[in-house]
Design a protein around this ligand. Structure first.
Ligand code: A2R
Length: 322
């Protein structure tokens, strides 16, 4: 199997390269001109806003499967840069789909990575959310990802293309940017332990319930969906058991080597925060046999150890990560 991963310099890309390579796949990966691929594989420079470049690359690599990861993937950035988010996540996806439609190789399977955020403002009692639940996005990032998924379904139906749509719920692990909650808590704890931050951890809304999966489990799901997923189908990828952000905080603090005070920071509250998001993951289990295996405790501990190690190698300041 030959895969092309578009947008592989981000958090998930490196893990997906490793997962597919370990399974014996030939893997090609793309990144923006200013980025670097962390893993050892053929790397190509690609901006998905340049459709002709996507077409040329597809004809050069002739992959069996394309994983489309390239995105503006941050909810908070999407509030600040809505146009940019829509350009990359919607117009960029159309560019990818059009290039695939016109590619010389016609049987390329495509996996579009969307988000659990697409469900948004869900009706009471809707959780666990099945893939047929109506989408009601609560932020701009989520709206663009819902649009991406709809485009995937339209191209699959109209042009008989082999496309799988993923709605990935929160995933985390070592190397994730600290704009995401588990990484944020772990980095703050590592900085406090090192003595470069006062012993106070800043937190946002602790009552929101989210479904977290280790990124290493998530990329295993992506591989299995590439191998066994049904064409034209939407799949939730998640643990299927939401926990409060308070639980994440308590877990992270249980690994801390010193006493830490918790302080609510109003600037960390999102403009729109949905109380509960939890997926029904029976479809992916039925079609691929996949379910999450790595515990939340393990993910938090590994992420904290990542930041401790990074701080050790960076001396006194980490600067802005990712
Ligand atoms: O925004 P940057 O500079 O970090 O670059 C991101 C890259 N990207 C692009 N690639 C090609 N053409 C573009 N016009 C373009 N704009 C941004 O896509 C980044 O290197 C990569 C996406 O990686 P992350 O932001 O780290 O996302 P992650 O966590 O790897 O998630 C993968 C996918 C995304 O579609 C998420 O929305 C979804 O899973 O949850």
């Amino acid at each position: 199997m030959k895969a092309l991963i578009i947008g592989a310099a981000g958090f998930v890309g490196g893990y997906l390269i490793r997962e597919l390579s370990a399974a014996g796949w030939e893997v090609h990966a793309t990144c923006l001109p200013n980025e670097k691929i962390s893993e050892d594989c053929p790397a190509h420079t690609l901006d998905i806003m340049q459709k002709a470049d996507i077409s040329a690359l597809l004809d050069e690599v002739t992959p069996d499967i394309v994983y489309h990861l390239a995105a503006q993937s941050s909810v908070s950035v999407s509030w600040k840069k809505p146009q940019l988010t829509a350009e990359i996540n919607v117009v960029g996806t159309i560019n990818v789909l059009e290039a695939l439609r016109e590619a010389k190789k016609q049987d390329i399977r495509t996996v579009l990575i969307g988000s659990g955020e697409e469900y948004g403002y869900i009706r009471q009692g809707a959780c666990p959310l099945s893939e047929s639940e109506p989408l009601n996005p609560g932020n701009i990032y989520a709206a663009t990802k819902a649009c991406q998924g709809m485009l995937g379904e339209i191209y699959a139906r109209a042009y008989k293309m082999d496309i799988i749509m993923v709605r990935a719920f929160n995933h985390s692990g070592p190397k994730q940017s600290n704009i995401f909650v588990i990484s944020d808590f772990c980095r703050q704890i590592a900085e406090i332990e090192k003595g470069i931050k006062e012993p106070v951890i800043s937190v946002g809304n602790l009552s929101a319930k989210r479904d977290f999966t280790d990124v290493r489990d998530v990329v295993r799901a992506y591989r299995l969906l590439g191998e066994k997923g049904k064409s034209g189908t939407v799949y939730n990828v998640g643990r299927g058991r939401a926990v409060t952000i308070q639980f994440i905080l308590d877990t992270a603090l249980s690994f801390a080597k010193c006493d830490i005070e918790v302080k609510q920071d109003p600037s960390r509250m999102r403009a729109s925060d949905i109380p509960l998001i939890e997926p029904d993951v029976s479809r992916i289990l039925a079609d691929t046999g996949w379910s999450a295996e790595i515990t939340m405790e393990q993910t938090v501990e590994d992420t904290l150890n990542y930041w401790r190690k990074k701080l050790m190698s960076c001396g006194t300041s980490l600067g802005k990560e990712h």
